[in-house]
Write a protein that binds this ligand. Structure first.
Ligand code: ATP
Ligand code: MG
Length: 280
């Protein structure tokens, strides 16, 4: 029996063929290649219909709609949305203990000798929080959704530019932190329509250990990483507070919702529009 060639399989994946089609086998190559042509024609048609709906009616991608939902969910719970710069000062990375020999250092995109494209949102959130703690009554909750950049060895679950949602709350009762962290994870999971997740403790190069939100096995995809303070990193910001914080990859949320194995079509892209490949 003949399976699809690698090239055929890749094209079928691009065109969002389902698992049944992908697993098809044929008596010989001629039959396979003929089926391939027929299947491609049908799939291209379906993708064009999806694109047409995008143009005539939907007009915003699932990615944008999810960001909207997350904003709505968090602001309605009292969290304030902030927007900080995409470029980050080297001195702020240093405050996160990311200096020359840190594992994350190799992953940083430098803009010049003093600035990089932010690999995470936390330093800027710490920065803002330090001021807000002087001005506002506690507890204080803020969040940001924005691009982060890391040099990755480009697996199916990583991309060099991804979108992070980081939500944190400072000045809450010490004994409420674990419950609150679980609640924050719950808000994000609910807005993303993901119900098969669990919390796991993981090693972290930045925080020592993190409380991760992962999808259930066998996928076991990390969706987010959470941490709690007071934390040794707080000293550098002159912050002496209880806190909880958690950062999610927005693309991973969409990937998990679809139970997909690859991130590609959910990322900021020049070749995909709302999950439809543009080389139709
Ligand atoms: P992983 O272990 O999957 O590489 P991480 O622990 O290095 O992720 P964190 O620093 O915890 O990542 O970042 C918070 C979240 O951001 C992750 O849980 C993940 O959802 C997302 N994320 C991190 N790096 C990437 C990437 N390169 N591409 C897409 N999403 C990412
Ligand atoms: Mg993590």
């Amino acid at each position: 029996m003949k399976k699809w060639t690698e090239t055929q399989k890749n094209r079928l994946l691009e065109l969002n063929a389902d698992t049944k089609n992908l697993a098809q086998e044929f008596e010989d190559e001629t039959k396979r290649n003929k089926s391939f042509q027929m299947l491609i024609t049908a799939l291209v048609k379906t993708q064009k219909i999806k694109l047409e709906k995008m143009r005539s009616n939907k007009r915003r991608s699932r990615f944008c709609l999810l960001c909207d939902k997350l904003v709505k969910a968090l602001t309605s719970k009292g969290f304030v949305q902030v927007t900080t710069p995409t470029m980050m000062a080297k001195s702020l990375l240093k405050k996160m203990s990311i200096t020359d020999f840190h594992p994350l250092t190799k992953q940083i995109f430098w803009v010049d000798s003093n600035r990089c494209l932010r690999p995470m949102l936390a330093p800027h959130l710490y920065y803002i929080m330090k001021d807000l703690l002087r001005i506002w009554e506690k507890p204080i909750g803020i969040f940001e959704i924005g691009s982060c950049f890391r040099k990755e060895s480009e697996g199916a679950r990583h991309t060099s530019e991804f979108t992070m949602l980081n939500v944190c709350e400072f000045g809450l009762p010490m004994e409420k932190r674990q419950t609150r962290l679980e609640e924050l994870a719950g808000f994000v999971m609910e807005a993303s329509h993901i119900d098969d997740y669990e919390l796991e403790t993981e090693e972290s190069a930045v925080y020592g250990s993190t409380i991760d939100v992962v999808t259930q096995k066998p996928h076991g995809l990390e969706l987010g990483s959470g941490a709690m303070g007071p934390h040794p990193l707080d000293d550098a910001w002159k912050i002496n507070e209880t806190w909880v914080g958690i950062g999610f990859g927005v693309e991973r949320l969409l990937m998990a919702k679809d139970k997909s194995n690859t991130l590609g079509k959910y990322t900021r892209s020049l070749t995909w529009l709302d999950g439809v490949r543009l080389n139709l």
